[in-house]
Ligand binder design. Structure first.
Ligand code: SAH
Length: 329
């Protein structure tokens, strides 16, 4: 080949298999999602009705506001450290960070003034994030979590929504069990930081408290497709194993509380009240939209049950709001 024609992910995968033989699934998933210039997230904005899938922050601004209020509460419990750093892993369009900052600007100006650190590999999404929040906040982007943790000094208050499910999975024994070594490393890096300097990180993802096994899925235009369908053109994801994340946190002397189901969590921390407030001065159309959003986020038939929430905090006891009645571990 002489020219610089952009390679597709499929070309690249074929070339690697011809050169090196069979490729582990983990490497396949990493190439589909992250291959430079051609990978799924590198080349597009996949979110929303016109894209491939819809995430919670894109359903309603109330999601980000509730997460923001939650982190503000944790910040207050930590004694409002002046050197706090705000972080998000995999911020997508930047909608969640924008909505959290919106809540802070009214109720916790200290967090609204904190520097914002984002972990994002996609140049396309970095530029969209810059448009969404770059004007109102000093933003620093990092290529990975190690770089984030090395680049900050204060306690970390932040969130990862649908980030861990996109990290390459390593199915074992014909997909009977799945391991995600990268997820464990990311969690260990966050936990090291939180255990040494304090802070609180919300982790929200679809998954369960244990190894899911055989959960890898591909989605394009809101429909399931084959895992090997047009590599790099479909979203690949897998259920997150929260028990593995908890072990990774504990090895660093931190604590991962939960997981609890998203619907239960949001209701416990007052989503319905928030919607009532928002609906008080709204017309019927807007009120219907608020109710539809709540149903989508909390009903077990939709996102309320398969999505889970966990909270990374320094070692200790006690259960913060939203996690109260879960069995202590
Ligand atoms: N949190 C957003 C987007 C979730 S999609 C929302 O809820 O709408 C996953 C996000 O993680 C995207 O921004 C994607 O580009 C980013 N991402 C995926 N794999 C990554 C990796 N290995 N390192 C850094 N960012 C990654």
């Amino acid at each position: 080949m002489t020219g610089e024609a952009p390679q597709t992910v499929e070309d690249e995968i074929r070339r690697r298999i011809e050169a090196d033989g069979p490729m582990p699934f983990e490497a396949y998933m990493a190439a589909c999602l992250g291959a430079e210039e051609a990978g799924y997230y590198q080349t597009r904005d996949p979110f929303g009705e016109a894209g491939d899938f819809v995430t919670a922050p894109e359903i309603s601004g109330m999601f980000g506001e509730m997460c923001g209020l939650y982190l503000a509460h944790m910040y207050e419990l930590s004694g409002k450290p002046a050197d706090a750093v705000v972080a998000e892993l995999g911020p997508g369009r930047g909608t969640l960070m924008r909505d959290m900052r919106h809540a802070w600007s009214a109720l916790m100006p200290e967090l609204a003034a904190a520097p914002v650190h984002l972990v994002e590999t996609s140049p396309v999404l970095r530029s969209i994030q810059n448009g969404t929040i770059g004007e109102s906040a000093p933003v620093t982007w990092h290529a990975d979590t190690d770089e984030l943790v090395a680049g900050i000094e204060g306690p970390l208050f932040g969130i990862a929504n649908e980030f861990f499910d996109a990290l390459p999975d390593a199915p074992q024994d014909g997909m009977v069990a799945e391991l995600c070594p990268q997820a464990d490393l990311v969690m260990a890096a966050l936990a090291r930081s939180v255990s040494a300097r304090g802070g609180a990180m919300l982790v929200i993802d679809y998954g369960r408290d244990g190894n899911p096994g055989d959960s890898v899925q591909a989605v394009a235009a809101h429909k399931p497709v084959d895992l090997f369908h047009e590599p790099g053109q479909a979203d690949l994801s897998h259920w997150v194993d929260f028990a593995a994340l908890r072990r990774a946190a504990e090895t660093q002397g931190a604590r991962l509380i939960g997981p609890v189901a998203l619907g239960r969590f949001l209701m416990r921390i007052g989503l319905a009240m928030r919607a009532e407030q928002a609906g008080a001065h709204a017309g019927p159309e807007e009120r219907r939209a608020l109710l539809a959003a709540i149903d989508r986020l909390t009903s077990p038939a939709q996102m309320g049950e398969v999505f889970k929430v966990a909270l990374l905090v320094p070692a200790g006891t006690g259960r913060p709001p939203g996690f109260e009645t879960e069995e202590p571990r």
